[in-house]
Structure formats: C-alpha cells, structure tokens
Design a protein. Structure first.
Length: 381
C-alpha cells in the first residue's frame, strides 16, 4: 500500500427531516447565500424546507446554476457574494450546484487576475467562503469531497479543480428528496458512482486490502439497489443505500493509498464539453472501451473484479455484464445510443486533437495518450 494522508472533515446529517437541522450548523450571524439550479427544488418542497430552516438568518438567493455549471454563470454569483457581503454559501442541488458553489467560494477571494486559472492552471486557493450542501440527487460525491468540475461556454472546455478549503462544512443527505428525480438522472447517478469506484479500484494491485474490500462493497450495493432505485422512486431503502454508496464512492476513503485511473472521466468531460451529453452518459460510453483497450495493463485487478463482483473467472463476461447493468439502468453505452451526437467521428477527432495539443497522458500509469484515446473512442461507435 502507498503512503497517504487522509482527512475528511465533512459532517453528514443523514435521514428524513434533517434539513430542519441546518440552522444549528451554520455559524450564528452569518449572511447566507442560497444557491440552486433550474428550480426543481421549488416543485418538490425542498426549497420551502430550506427557507423555513433558515429563519433567523439573513439570506440572499442565486438560482440558475445549470447542469455542468458554467464559469460565466458562476462569476455572476461571485459578484453578488461580494456586493452583498455574503459569508456562508448553502448549495441546494446535485453535483452541478455543489460544484458551482465550490467555485464561487474559491473565486470570491481569488487574488490572481483570472479566476478561471483555478481550473486551467490549478492556481492556488488561499481563502474560500465557507459552504455547506443540501444534496438533492445521489451521484457525484461532491457533498463529501473538496473537488469540483466546471465548464466554460466561450471555449467549450470542462476542467476540474480542488482545494481542502472547499470541503463542505456539513452536508444534508435526506433520501426522501430523491422521489422527484427523473429516471434518466437516476441511472446517470448510479453509473457515475459505479465508475468512481472503478477509477480507484481497476488499476494494479498494491495490496490495499481494506480499500479493495470497501470498493467491492460499494459496487455490490450499487448492483443490488440500482435497478430498484431507478424503477421505483418510492423505494426508500434503495434510495438510502444508493445515496450513502454514492457519497462513499468519492469521499477520499477508497482512494487513500492506492493508484487512481480517472481516464474515463477525463475523456468523458471532453464529450460533455463538446457534445453536451450528461456526465453519467459519457462515462457509460467510454468505460467499456477503456477497460478493453487497457485490458493487458489492468489484468490482475480485472480478474479480481470478475471473481469478486461477478463470480466468474472470465474477464470479458464481467465487462459485458457491467455494460448490461448500465443499459438496464437506462444509460446508453455507445455513441449510437445518443441521436444528438449523430456521426461521432468529428467529435472523436476533436477530442484526440485536444489531447495531442495538450500532450495529455491519462490513467494510473500515465500511458493513455491521444492515440490510445482514439482507439478507445473509435471502439464505442
Ligand atoms: O437544476 P435543478 O433544478 O436542480 O435540476 C437538476 C438537473 O436538471 C435535476 N435534479 C437534481 N435533484 C433533483 C433534480 N430533479 C428533480 N428532483 C431532484 N431531487 O437533475 C439535473 C442534473 O443535476 P446535476 O447536478 O447536473 O447532476 P449530477 O449530480 O449528476 O452532477 C453532474 C455534475 O457533477 C460533476 C459532473 O462533471 C457534472 O458537471 N462531477 C462532480 C464531481 C465532484 N465534485 O466530485 C465528480 C464527478 O465525477 C463529476 O465529474
Ligand atoms: Zn463522475
């Protein structure tokens, strides 16, 4: 096992009714900015619960943070934070709203010239507005980690950023808020969490027994509950298990001391940036191709995965079954499943060109270059 440092300071308030407890966890006297997305929280009553819980606090609202949050939108929020002297951010939404709020938190006090360099050049963040989250959709794990991903409209780019200053102070995980999530987003969320685990697990063995067994547990829980969660919104046992599994899939625990891949994500981000597909959809397309093209290098962990997750010694069978699972969740695994993409050739060429220009090297061994990226993407038509 590799050396590691591990610290996760996020307080989790899990369960129905926990939104009522947010006030006790926000410093008294704070001026709060509530951030949210396109308004789903107003239709399902989450907004009303949050407003009630905030009575006693002065607050302002910033709405309209879009899926795959845009730099351009977030900078408007930064202006508002400065103008209104906001000193606490409360994100109410899925990964996009939470990530967007992390960026607002970092950009508000950014001392350099261009806050976008937080993403492009990993510019250092020295101070951030404290933030917390009310999660409305299980998927990304953003509620318990210190990273985010934002997109820029003007350049059609999507980049990640992170800083220990961006851990939420607390996150509310109330599984009953999932009732109104549309099936497409449910499927996306389960696929996202599943692939978060494999990015930290399907690499090469370093005898991280605890990390491996935790990863396998999360995968099993996603497999056991995924279909029920997608097909039956009333199933609160499934929703609870999916919610906690998604959070644990990317809170740093299973990554500590082991190699990490993240190539599926990096390639997926380019598909979203250029073609607008949902995050989970891009992962479901790339993953089966990447596992096969990189099969030689991942062989030992693939065998372990096949045996412990799918009870077979046949790696190809395990990969096929995984792809079948994604499809059963309603998430297409080929470009041809997404009519909006049309012929994917131009998209593939554009991604490969970007990686060539940026001299991008991906994967746990940094051995996925632009040519291998082409091989992976060409196999997914
Ligand atoms: O905009 P609203 O009205 O909130 O509606 C959202 C949005 O349209 C809707 N939704 C959320 N909760 C709902 C609901 N609709 C009904 N009822 C509810 N309870 O769902 C739509 C999608 O929401 P979004 O937040 O975009 O989805 P998700 O949570 O999958 O987040 C995706 C973003 O997170 C990034 C992705 O790249 C993408 O930009 N990621 C962030 C990570 C992180 N911070 O650690 C890691 C991930 O790998 C990922 O990259
Ligand atoms: Zn993801």
């Amino acid at each position: 096992m590799h050396h590691f440092k591990f610290c996760n300071p996020v307080k989790i308030l899990f369960g129905a009714g926990q939104i009522a407890n947010i006030a006790a966890n926000i410093p008294q006297g704070s001026k709060v900015m509530l951030t949210y997305g396109g308004g789903s929280i107003k239709k399902n009553g989450i907004y009303q619960q949050v407003i009630k819980a905030l009575s006693g606090f002065e607050y302002v609202e910033f709405s309209g943070i879009e899926p795959n949050p845009k730099f351009e939108t977030l900078m408007k929020a930064v202006e508002m934070v400065r103008k209104e002297n906001v000193d606490f951010l409360l994100a109410v939404g899925g990964g996009s709203v939470i990530d967007g709020t992390k960026f607002i938190a970092a950009a508000t006090y950014f001392e350099g010239e261009d806050p976008y360099t937080i993403c492009t050049e990993r510019a250092r963040i020295n101070k951030a507005v404290p933030l917390a989250a009310v999660l409305t959709m299980p998927a990304t794990g953003s509620e318990m980690n210190c990273g985010g991903v934002i997109s820029r409209l003007s350049t059609q780019e999507k980049f990640a950023f992170s800083s220990p200053l961006l851990f939420p102070r607390f996150s509310v995980l109330d599984p009953t808020v999932t009732i109104t999530i549309p099936p497409r987003q449910r499927g996306n969320g389960v696929v996202d969490a599943f692939i978060h685990v494999t990015e930290q697990y399907l690499t090469y063995p370093v005898q991280g027994d605890i990390q491996d067994r935790f990863s396998e547990a999360i995968l099993h829980v996603l497999l056991d509950n995924g279909k029920a969660y997608v097909e039956n919104p009333e199933d609160m046992e499934a929703a609870s298990n999916i919610m906690w599994a998604c959070t644990l899939a990317l809170n740093g625990l299973i990554a500590a001391g082991v190699p990490e891949d993240w190539a599926t994500h990096r390639i997926g981000h380019e598909i979203t940036a250029l073609a607008g597909l949902d995050h989970g959809q891009t992962l479901a397309i790339v993953w089966p191709g990447l596992q096969r093209v990189m099969g030689e290098s991942k062989r030992e962990k693939h065998l372990q995965y096949a045996k412990r997750i799918w009870n077979t010694s046949d790696i190809e069978e395990a990969l096929c079954k995984t792809e079948e699972f994604f499809r059963e969740l309603g998430v297409g695994t080929r470009f041809s499943d997404y009519p909006s993409v049309g012929d994917p050739q131009a998209l593939i060429d554009a991604i490969v060109q970007r990686f060539k220009e940026r001299e991008t090297l991906l994967g746990e061994k940094s051995d996925i270059d632009y040519q291998i990226t082409r091989q992976i993407l060409e196999s997914r038509k």
